[in-house]
Design a binder for this molecule. Structure first.
Ligand SMILES: C[S@@+](CC[C@H](N)C(=O)[O-])C[C@H]1O[C@@H](n2cnc3c(N)ncnc32)[C@H](O)[C@@H]1O
Length: 184
């Protein structure tokens, strides 16, 4: 069985929800035909919602005034559940107990789906998932969306060793600059 190479996706900017959906939609086309299962692993899954704060805008020559407002959009976990064809198995990982509880609510609202919620450090959880599965006939998409530099190199090595997992990594460049002492 030939495995799909590990690919790291590095966007120039944080993609909007519709761009993320397009990426997820293309997954099945890019995966090799000879696999039985396609999994989605969201290692920094959040709550299923993203809260966007729009700051107040005063009236100017071109635009009317806008009050401050809070908008709720779908987060990566909800977007992934909307992908068609569906992923066969979905793993949501988040270290924060309240976020894991929100993900469990999301799982409860989708009883027909095969979803696992893991409340733990992403590195530990990912290494366990890699070790516990054979990857002979399974392919997966791993979405990494950390706040900072939480992803350990050994975790990426473990993921790469499967030759079966595509990685989409929203890489926090600010964390890299800070760690090498540069200012942005
Ligand atoms: C940028 S947010 C994720 C947003 C989410 N992908 C979305 O689109 O809604 C990062 C998440 O990582 C979680 N987190 C932080 N450190 C973690 C770690 N070491 N392991 C797992 N989750 C972690 C935080 O609790 C937070 O929910």
């Amino acid at each position: 069985m030939s495995g799909a190479p590990l690919r790291t996706w590095r966007p120039a900017h944080r993609p909007e929800a519709r761009d993320r959906r397009k990426l997820f939609d293309g997954v099945r086309d890019r995966a090799p035909p000879h696999f039985n299962q396609l999994w989605y692993i969201d290692a920094f899954a959040g709550t299923g919602f993203r809260t966007i704060k729009h700051v107040e805008r005063r009236e100017n020559l071109l635009e009317a005034a806008e009050p401050q407002r809070i908008e709720q959009r779908r987060g990566s976990a909800q977007i992934a559940l909307g992908v068609k064809p569906r992923f066969d198995f979905t793993v949501f990982i988040d270290a924060k107990p309240s976020h894991a509880a929100a993900l469990m609510d999301l799982r409860a609202k989708n009883p027909q789906r095969h979803i696992e919620v893991v409340n733990s450090d992403a590195n530990q959880a990912l290494r366990s998932i890699v070790e516990a599965n054979s990857w002979a006939s399974t392919r997966a998409v791993l979405f990494l969306d950390p706040y900072g530099m939480e992803v350990e190199w050994q975790t990426l090595e473990a993921v790469a060793s499967t030759k079966a997992i595509d990685v989409w990594f929203l890489f926090p460049l600010s964390g890299l600059y800070l760690s090498i002492g540069l200012q942005i």
